[in-house]
Design a protein around this ligand. Structure first.
Ligand SMILES: C[S@@+](CC[C@H](N)C(=O)[O-])C[C@H]1O[C@@H](n2cnc3c(N)ncnc32)[C@H](O)[C@@H]1O
Length: 274
């Protein structure tokens, strides 16, 4: 599969040209231990240091410094516990407490663009400083994302999103080196409504997590929603879990939310950098 040049995209130096991305990473190099800390210790991120006043009234305002404010997370968590909210709702809600207007964030798996749009709504401000770098290996996914953004955003808001037809393991090649990244989000698995054979795989997911760990700023978050119900999903879940478990407790707070009697339910995993 080749990606055609579309005017709205910025192209990376490396372009994924095949359905299956070449695998160069080592799988299973992380010890399988319990995540640290467990669900009950879902971390409260530090308060934002900066607060941009913007008149995008429908967009997100981060909590002011010194104030503990988690009403959104609380509602989503309770909804999730009672089976009323999805794993992605919880993830979006956690993002709101980490991401501020003007931040740079990365959607490592654009898919149909819902996460990309949610991220843009968090970072967009009138200064035009906020950025979303999005990537996917499938042209169909980037086309779907582009359509959703066109329908949902003004042209100037859409300008803040850069889409790349590339593997997330190569995210450092498309994100400028001097940029601090507040959030890298993974929504793993296959494109809903697309070819189920084209899915994220443990090897490149692990490389991407390592890359995310290098570019994320202190106070930032790596967020992953992992689907265990599809072929290879369980293996990928074990790999992400092992990666998170292996991060140092000095620098990272990691947790997962897992349904006990729904073994195939997607699992949100959060890696917060202190
Ligand atoms: C579950 S979907 C993402 C859903 C999406 N975030 C949304 O809001 O609709 C997973 C996506 O990951 C993409 N993907 C698979 N392997 C990838 C890789 N190595 N790098 C980047 N994207 C990949 C798939 O093409 C698919 O579109």
């Amino acid at each position: 599969m080749r990606f055609s040049a579309l005017p709205w995209r910025s192209f990376p130096r490396t372009v994924a040209s095949e359905k299956k991305i070449p695998l160069s990473g080592k799988a299973g190099t992380y010890g399988l231990s319990a995540l640290s800390p467990s669900l009950s210790a879902l971390s409260v991120p530090p308060k934002p240091l900066l607060r941009c006043r913007a008149s995008f009234s429908t967009l997100h305002d981060a909590a002011p410094p010194g104030e503990i404010s988690l009403p959104g997370v609380e509602d989503e968590m309770v909804g999730y516990i009672f089976g009323k909210k999805k794993a992605t709702d919880v993830a979006h809600s956690v993002w709101k407490h980490v991401v501020r207007r003007g931040d740079t964030v990365v959607d490592a798996t654009c898919g149909n663009g819902y996460d990309t749009l949610a991220m843009l709504r968090l970072v967009a401000d009138l200064s035009g400083k906020g950025r979303v770098f999005g990537m996917d290996i499938q042209e169909e996914a980037l086309t779907n994302t582009d359509s959703l953004l066109t329908q949902s955003l003004t042209p100037s808001e859409k300008e803040l999103v850069k889409l790349f037809p590339t593997c997330h393991s190569k995210m450092e090649e498309v994100i400028p080196k001097d940029v601090l990244v507040r959030l890298v989000a993974f929504n793993l698995g296959y494109l809903p409504g697309g070819d189920k054979e084209i899915s994220t795989v443990s090897e490149t997911t692990l490389l991407a997590l390592e890359a995310a760990g290098r570019i994320i700023e202190p106070g930032g978050l790596i967020s992953a929603v992992v689907y265990v119900g599809h072929p290879k999903g369980r293996e990928e879940f074990e790999a992400v879990q092992a990666f998170a478990s292996g991060l140092s407790t000095e620098d990272w707070v990691c947790c997962k939310l897992q349904m006990l009697n729904r073994p195939l339910a997607p699992v949100p995993i959060f890696m917060f950098k202190r």
